[in-house]
Each structure stands twice: as structure tokens, then as C-alpha cells.
Ligand binder design. Sequence first.
Ligand SMILES: Cc1ncc(COP(=O)(O)O)c(C=O)c1O
Length: 407
Amino acid sequence: MNQRKIIPAVRTDNITYAVRDIIVLANEVAKSGKEMLYLNIGDPNIYDFKPPEHLVKSTYEAMLKNHNGYAPSSGIKEATDAIGKEAGRKGITNVHDIFVTTGASEAIDICLTALVNDGENVLTPTPGYPLYTAIASKLQMMENPYYLNESNGWLPDIDDIKSKINDKTKAIILINPNNPTGSLYTTENLQAIIDLALEHDLVIFADEIYDKLLFDGKKHVSIASMNKDVSCITFGGLSKNYMVPGFRIGWGIVSGRKEILSDYIEAINKILRARLSANHPEQYGIKISLEGDQSNLAEANLKLTKRRDMTVEMLNSIEGISCVKPEGAFYAFPQLHGIESDTHFVSELIKETGVVVVPGSGFGQVPGTNHFRVVFLPNEHILEKAYSSIGNFLKKYKHKYPKGVEA
Ligand SMILES: Cc1ncc(COP(=O)(O)O)c(C=O)c1O
């Protein structure tokens, strides 16, 4: 037979997803019988966190009531109404559309697909969440990375953003609270971004999937709540705040001026209709999650605060590591000093110690700097073991590679 090899599309060439890619190596190491300590996946359910019971029950009941067919393309009314009320509580006015999607991931994908043409670009945070890079590759959209400033609590660098905007820039992506740094943005910073968005007709993509996971009594401010004229899509979901990432329930809230947004909203809705609907029974968990008892969240934030404190304290006590204190979400993004390649460091770390973290290069970073991302969802016992191992390993690593390893 003269069969030819199936050639995948070029658009997949640059798709990487460091968070999952690192698993291949971790699985190999695990096969050797080594004890593994996983600090790499932002899934609360594989650690000691559980969703509120009423969320699971309402989904189960919806299934028993046979809400198992397709849902309306924008989501069931009960859910979109509840998300609308949530937008109100967040102070977002001028809302013109709300849609439920298969995780916030799908909402982000659809909204970018409906907005950006070949050759146009979107400002993406560096470091940032790799989903945006993967979608950019898929759409053959130009990424236009802007830096978060580590010496300023990882806030978006406004001067850098200004210098990167050009006549093909369509949108700016903000992740607040941030993955991978855990930072929470100040209103001054958000205001500067609003000013730029208004001046340059940019859509703000406000990824607020972690907006209820906050420490030290900090309050989250939705950027869309600060200006009713700015075009903004606020992304949220049940995955993180309510600990059901496997339900795949997220949403988008479109706000700003209707006459400016109407064609774009229709384009988004065309795609929403073409893909039929998001998961149906799980949508019955949205209202109860947002409006029901919130003690699950309070407990989670308490646990996370302790683990965050321990993370910052232990990592900062290691010579050669510095870590900015996260204020939300469940990630930290410590810097490695005197190291040439975080990818090499992390693969050696996994092989030698079984501690799994993700190299900073998977999220983007200022050239010449090296970081790794830790997820501080594991319990204190695991974290303590992992951070001690990282400290001991770093000493050995520097001894073995005194001149570093080429990146
Ligand atoms: C910043 C950010 N946005 C979006 C997502 C994806 O959320 P979902 O599970 O709702 O698709 C994640 C998941 O880790 C994330 O970290």
C-alpha cells in the first residue's frame, strides 16, 4: 500500500501547554517507584479541597430530572440570570450579553475567535496562562506580549503596554488574580489600563476566574466595574472558586457601550450557536453556587492563606530563590537566581527529587530571568517536604553546574 503520512495543520506547530507537558517526564519518573510530590496542577480536587455539596446535588438532581439534552446556546435562563446578578454584585453595569460556556477556556476561545483576524494582535501578559498562547497559535493570531513587573508586585507594566500597542492591536488580556504569580491588581493599575483601552479602542479580556480566592482580607475589583463605557468581557466560572474544574462550566459577561459592541456580540453568538451549547445539567449548579452558602470558600481561603504563608516563608529562606507574596489564587512564581535554564533545573529536580513544578519559561518571563511555578494547594506536610527538597537540590545543582547550563 502506498499510504502517505497524515500531516497535521501548521497551526498546531507552536501549541505547547507547559503545565501538562511536564507530566510526561513526571510519569516516567513515577514509574521508577520514586515518591512524587505534585505542585504543578491547579486542580483543587486532587488535593484536600471539595466543592460545596449543594452544587453537586443540584447537578445530580438536574440529571435525574432529565435536563440531559442540549441547553440553549447562551446557557439556561436560571444560570444567566444568576451570573447577571453576580455581575451586579461585582459592580459591573452596562451588561449587554452573558453566556455560559464549557469552562472559561471556551469563552476565551470564542471571544478571541470572534474578534481577531490574521495579522492582528492581542496584548497578552508575560508571564501568563498558556491557554492564551495556545489559542493564539490556533488562530494564527499575533501575540503581543507585555510584561508583568516582578519588582512591583507583578503588576502589569503600563509603560511596556503603551510601547507595544499598534494599529493592529485589538484587545488586552488581564488575569486578575493572576496565574502564575498570584498577584492582585491595584485600582490605579486597572485605571491606567482602562485609559489605554479607551484611547486605542481595545477590548479588555478580564480573566477573573480566581476572583474569590483572596488572602489577608483583600478585596477584588473587577475592571469592568470601574468604567461603564470601556468594552470589556469578564470571564468567570465554577472551576476554581467552587472547585469543580471537571464540570467545565465558565462564562463571559460583555459590558460597555451597546452601540460599540453590537456587531461583536452578534459574532460571538454566531459561534455560540454553531457549537450548540455548554454542558447542560452542570448549569443547574451555577445559581446555587453563586447565591447559596459560601462557607466552602471561607474554609478554602483559610487553608490557602496558611499554605501561601508557608510557601513564601520557606522559599524565601532558600539562598538563590526569591518569591513575591501572592495575594490571591493558589500559585506562586519564585525566581531562581544564578541559574541559566529553568527548564533544565526543573527536569533535573523532578528526576532527582520527585518534586513536580512547572518551569517559568512555560508561562513567559523577562529574558535572562528564570522562574518556576508552584501550586500551593497541597497540604502543609507535602509542601514542607517539597520546599526542603527544592532547597537541598538547588545547592547540589549549583555545585554540579557552577557555570550554569545554556538555556
Ligand atoms: C487564568 C486562567 N484562566 C482560565 C482557566 C481555565 O478555566 P476553566 O476551567 O473554566 O476553563 C484557568 C485554569 O487554570 C486559568 O488559570
